[in-house]
Design a binder for this molecule. Structure first.
Ligand code: SAH
Ligand code: SF4
Length: 359
């Protein structure tokens, strides 16, 4: 059997694994043994599942693939943000970011390690400030390619990851089925054991999918990339706003908060002379009040080839103060060393450009 016909075992949830094993005539407790090898011991070949008979290992190898992604490059030191560039089986490149001792930005406990995972190769949404959208969209990641980013980073660093944020390359809600599968595997006791409250999805504002996510039983967190408090500003930098404008987006957020216990977070990149006026801050406060949302202000990371810049420190602080005085729980990212802190998508782009330059 060619690998194209085989099942990707790390994309299966437990009940599906049990079912597949039943089809192979195996007792259901085998699913527990196999999940243990995959997610606790994290072996890289089925042959290493040594408490299974050789015959069964052979049959499993004929039925399943183990996926796996190859680490190409790591940037950054262990006490700073580190970036990991991976090559997928089909040659596509994706990246993950490991953030140490992250402040409690999305409501999780502070002082914990956070991984930022990618959900797509490239992105179709083309936000004007973002590196991920620059080269367009290639494809969705499978659930196992998302789960493998977590496993590969833990194994490379020998550090335990506490939080997962879906803020890497791609729009998670445009790949919702695979993302939810990956979250179920990450969240499960039989899987990676990350608490739902330690998992955050970020979206540029796919209103119908926000409603779908609200209907899911998972208590994960949601961050909405607002980046503009009026349609005029949002239309300028986020094409998605022409499909789902601010009112449509906020009413989907109303629906979400009515169904979930956690507060929602608005992410707001500060871009000089685009969305950083006092007026935008006042309107943003109103939106945050309506939803009892928190606001994370993120000074823009410049992307080579794009014209945008971050506002001065004073402007950033003023914007923050306008939110705070209105009682909005708001944070401003103030860390140093932005060269490596650059948003997801940039390392991949750089590597691709280098590869193109070499050919
Ligand atoms: N597609 C989703 C998730 C991935 S982007 C989304 O847009 O929310 C994750 C976050 O990084 C988003 O808030 C995005 O706006 C932000 N981002 C993208 N490019 C950035 C840059 N150059 N500087 C700072 N933040 C950036
Ligand atoms: Fe895609 Fe998010 Fe980047 Fe927009 S900000 S292009 S939605 S990854």
């Amino acid at each position: 059997m060619t690998s194209a016909c085989k099942t990707d075992i790390k994309s299966l949830v437990f009940s599906e694994l049990q079912e597949q094993l039943r089809d192979l005539g195996e007792p259901s407790y085998r699913a527990g043994q196999i999940a243990d090898w995959l997610y606790k011991k994290r072996i890289d070949t089925i042959d290493k599942m040594t408490n299974l008979s050789q015959a069964l290992r052979r049959r499993l190898s004929e039925t399943f693939t183990l996926g796996g992604i190859d680490l190409v490059r790591v940037l950054g030191a262990s006490d700073t943000t580190r970036k990991f560039l991976f090559r997928l089986a089909d040659g596509n490149l994706i990246e993950s970011v490991l953030i140490p001792a992250s402040p409690a930005l999305y409501g999780g406990k502070s002082d914990r390690r956070t991984i930022c995972v990618s959900t797509q190769v490239g992105c179709a949404y083309g936000c004007k400030f973002c590196a991920s959208g620059l080269e367009g969209f290639a494809r969705n990641l499978s659930a196992s390619e998302i789960v493998d980013q977590f496993i590969a980073v833990e194994s490379e660093t020998s550090e335990k990851i506490d939080n997962v944020v879906f803020m890497g390359m791609g729009e998670p809600l445009a790949n919702l089925e695979k993302v939810l599968r990956a979250i179920r595997i990450m969240n499960a006791e039989w899987g990676l054991g990350v608490g739902a409250r330690h998992i955050t999805i970020s979206t540029s504002g796919l209103a119908p999918q926000i409603r779908k996510l609200a209907d899911e039983a998972l208590q994960i967190r949601l961050a909405v990339s607002l980046h503009g408090a009026t349609d005029e500003v949002r239309n300028r930098i986020m094409p998605i706003n022409r499909r789902y404008n601010i009112e449509i987006l906020l009413s989907a957020c109303d629906y979400y908060t009515a169904h979930k216990k956690q507060r929602l977070t608005f992410e707001y990149i500060l871009i000089a002379d685009v969305n950083d006026s006092d007026e935008q801050a006042r309107l943003l406060s109103r939106h945050a009040q309506r939803l009892s949302a928190k606001v994370n202000l993120i000074p823009y990371n410049s992307v080579s080839g794009l014209p945008w810049a971050r506002p001065s420190k004073e402007r950033q602080e003023k914007f923050l103060a306008i939110l705070r005085v209105r009682g909005i729980p708001a944070t401003l990212r103030r860390e140093k060393g932005h060269d490596i802190d650059a948003a997801c998508g940039q390392l991949r782009l750089q590597t691709q450009r280098e590869q193109i330059a070499k050919t």
